[in-house]
Design a protein around this ligand. Structure first.
Ligand SMILES: Cc1ncc(COP(=O)(O)O)c(C=O)c1O
Length: 375
């Protein structure tokens, strides 16, 4: 037996969420966002489960190569494009598509002489003010890309929304309008929508949608949970109790003693901490499941451990199951308690956590007890 701290990935949930994305945007193709190690879920495993997607979106060539080595032949879009001339060759060799967002990347592409041209997404900055060409530059860039011999035509067009998670926000309307105005009459496939836009802005769906967080069963909207949109949480973060004891009234628990027992209290110590990716800023009272029942976190989160108040769980024992987030305890709720967003919690699960998969053909319990290590 070894330390039980693990993240279980439900392949059935991934497939379900992809079907949901498709049902929401039936006329669009799906570029599944698997960047950042598939939002912390394991890049190759998640992508295989999402193989019904039309393409994958990653942040680097390294991530694309992991997908290729995993045997995935889908189009892969490098969302930040390339970082050097050498990367253009390698990206082309590996069948990647490039986003072009600035003059430097444009010049690299113009200077390259690939044997076979590649697909290029021209990224426009319509109001996010992060990456992309300004509307005033767009026409000249369009012309230059269209005559670059390494670039396959027709080009593709992309923009990213800054506030799609605020339904009805005029900033999003303005971004959509700018994109439409700038690209009017251009023959090209277009992509705008992230998860929030997929759910809240049907007019943004265009030819390709780019869901990320939604595929992992999590709501892109603050104050909502994925289940409200018929999404299924993919990751269950779990561990076990490694100590159970009674502290006397007046005793404090953990570093800094920021929780004090008001009465003699049974407490449990669970093997998970910020060294595993559990948020250090989770306050007293953050919910934790012990044997499926909610109990409050008490004391400061440490590197390897947390403490929970077990006064309602008289039968809880060492070895009993502890769930930090999952289908019965939305990661959205934990993120809110800890003052962060679920994206950060999912991406922040650390390397020492044992990843396992739950397949739809296996009963979840059995798999939870013997997680199959992800390759
Ligand atoms: C360019 C781009 N498109 C789509 C997404 C997916 O966003 P979400 O996970 O909110 O669906 C991201 C993620 O940050 C992104 O950077």
């Amino acid at each position: 037996m070894s330390r039980a701290t693990g993240a279980l990935i439900s392949l059935a949930a991934l497939r379900h969420n992809l079907r949901q994305a498709h049902a929401l945007a039936p006329h669009s193709r799906i570029m599944a966002m698997v960047k950042a190690n598939a939002y912390g879920h394991g890049l190759a495993v998640a992508a295989r489960a999402l193989s019904a997607a039309d393409a994958f979106g990653v942040a680097s060539l390294e991530e694309a190569l992991i997908l290729r080595h995993a045997g995935l032949a889908h189009p892969i879009v490098l969302l930040e494009g390339v970082f050097s001339a050498a990367e253009i060759e390698e990206a082309a060799h590996n069948g990647c598509e490039l986003v072009v967002h600035d003059e430097r990347q444009l010049a690299l592409l113009e200077a390259s002489a690939l044997e076979k041209s590649l697909n290029v997404w021209l990224k426009l900055d319509t109001g996010m003010h992060r990456l992309g060409f300004a509307p005033g530059e767009a026409h000249a860039v369009w012309e230059r890309l269209n005559s670059a011999r390494s670039v396959r035509t027709p080009l593709r067009l992309m923009t990213h929304l800054a506030r799609a998670d605020e339904p009805g926000n005029p900033h999003t309307r303005a971004q959509l309008q700018t994109f439409a105005d700038v690209t009017r009459g251009w023959i090209a496939e277009r992509s705008i929508a992230n998860s929030a836009a997929l759910l809240a802005w049907p007019e943004s769906h265009a030819d390709w949608v780019r869901p990320g967080i939604l595929l992992y069963g999590v709501s892109p909207f603050p104050d909502h949970a994925g289940v409200e949109y018929d999404l299924k949480p993919v990751m269950t973060m779990r561990t076990v109790l490694i100590a159970v004891k009674t502290v006397a009234r007046g005793d404090t628990v953990g570093y800094g003693g920021n929780w004090q027992a008001e009465r003699d209290t049974r407490i449990g110590i669970a093997a998970i901490g910020y060294g595993d990716g559990y948020p250090r800023h989770a306050p007293n009272g953050t919910p934790v499941l012990v044997n499926g029942a909610r109990v409050p976190l008490i004391g400061r989160v440490a590197m390897d451990m947390i403490a929970v108040d077990l006064h309602t769980q008289a039968t809880a024992r060492v070895g009993d199951e502890v769930v930090l987030w999952g289908p019965e305890l939305p990661v959205e709720e934990i993120a809110r308690a800890a003052g962060t967003i679920p994206y950060e919690l999912l991406c922040g699960v650390t390397q020492r956590v044992k990843f396992g998969v739950v397949d739809e053909h296996q009963p979840e319990r059995a798999a939870a007890q013997a997680p199959q290590q992800i390759k």
